[in-house]
Design a protein around this ligand. Sequence first.
Ligand code: KIV
Ligand code: ZN
Length: 519
Amino acid sequence: MTKQNTSDRLIIFDTTLRDGEQSPGASMTLEEKVRIAKVLEEMQVDIIEAGFPIASPGDFESVKAVATAVKNSTVCGLARSLDADIERAGEALKPAEFSRIHTFIATSPIHMKEKLRMQPDDVLAQAIKSVKKARQYTDDVEFSAEDAGRSELDFLCRVVEAAIDAGASTINIPDTVGYNIPHQFGELIKQLLERVPNADKAIFSVHCHNDLGLAVGNSLASVLNGARQVECTINGLGERAGNASLEEVVMAVRTRQDVFECDTNINTRIILPASRLVSSITGFPVQPNKAIVGKNAFAHESGIHQDGVLKSRETYEIMRAQDVGWSDNKIVLGKHSGRSALRSRLEEIGIKMDSEEALNAAFSRFKDVADRKHEIFDEDLRAIALESQATLEHTHYHLVSSWVCSETGETPFAKVTLKVDGEEVNGEAQGGGSVDAVFSAIKTIIKDHGTLELYSVNSITSGTDAQGEVTVRLEKEGLEVYGNGADTDIVIASAYAYLDALNKLAIATEREHPQYSGV
Ligand code: KIV
Ligand code: ZN
């Protein structure tokens, strides 16, 4: 089955799980992809690109799992213009209520000559063949002319016309290498809509990369010129410098309804929870000054600004923080709050626990944090929920306990007990500091630990009893993974983050990552 669009609707196609996962280090497990997909569905994203099924068995299973779990959004699978890719995508998408196959082939002179080593007419023929093949699996077929942003207009028009004739209902125009400038890219969309004779039979989409920091600008220029689908990712994740960020595109269009003739169907209050979830799963921190979802996006530092906002919010704010999921950060719960208070506050801030088991895990973690920290803020609750959900998922290593001795003039010493595939194992070591000692103790148990490339600590709220959020990056044979952990004790938060990264490293090594599959 497919869903249709009207021209005052801007379709949001999220590719966090596909192009987003192509960010070096952003590999996600099947369970994590399903969790993100469920949040995207709740946000009312129209199309969720769940992966590239031919890339690896893991990608195939993830697309299938998302297709099974998601009921209201269309689930999409990527395929090159090759029979085997399309068959694999069709197979993975079978369980979907609404499915789309997204097939692509490059149309720029450089890609055709150097990468594909094909003549333009052969590319055209293959595009037609692949769209027809995809139509055997679903009537919702998207065709992408890869590197359209550097393609010759006449040839691009021919390919687009032929793809529509062959049955593509969405035509995607990617700026694959982020080379375009907004007025130029907007003009490209305008030209295509004017020159392709059957352009009215398809929705025109754009997919912009951020190599020059222009992905959102190029996407918006295209919308002003008639594009009605934007491909984007949460937090702008994606290959190299990333894709257009969903939150920025959606909020620009929503905030400037005086300029845009269309709007999205997005429930914007889910934007912040989605951003936090993706950041926590991938370990990619969100920069504080990031529009919409950065810690400082709605913070007013200068006295003049604070005074203005207190007198009238609109003096310095063009959006309401609450509309994108921020809360006013008041104390929300304390150590005497019960399970149902926790559940209802989590729901109010856009976090639904997957199961009673997940809620129980979050509750016990909440009690633990509340014992050590009197005031629990929404930001604490987000960290608690994400942390407890992660520990429930299938992972190899869990922290059971840790003990650290740190004394002036003495070498710090740590003991840890881990559960490794269900069995308790102990380790101990000295280190340059408490964190170093704990990491060294963990390394005595887990030998396959790669190289620590980054370690950073951020405080989630203010005060010395605040939870510290630790990010760790590990590298092994060209594979990078991030891990996150939060706790009021930064040594324990560090152990959580390190184990999170080690779990990801183990999982990434077990399954072939699309980046390394040679596709
Ligand atoms: O950037 C790109 O061109 C892509 C295509 C597969 C749409 O990701
Ligand atoms: Zn891309």
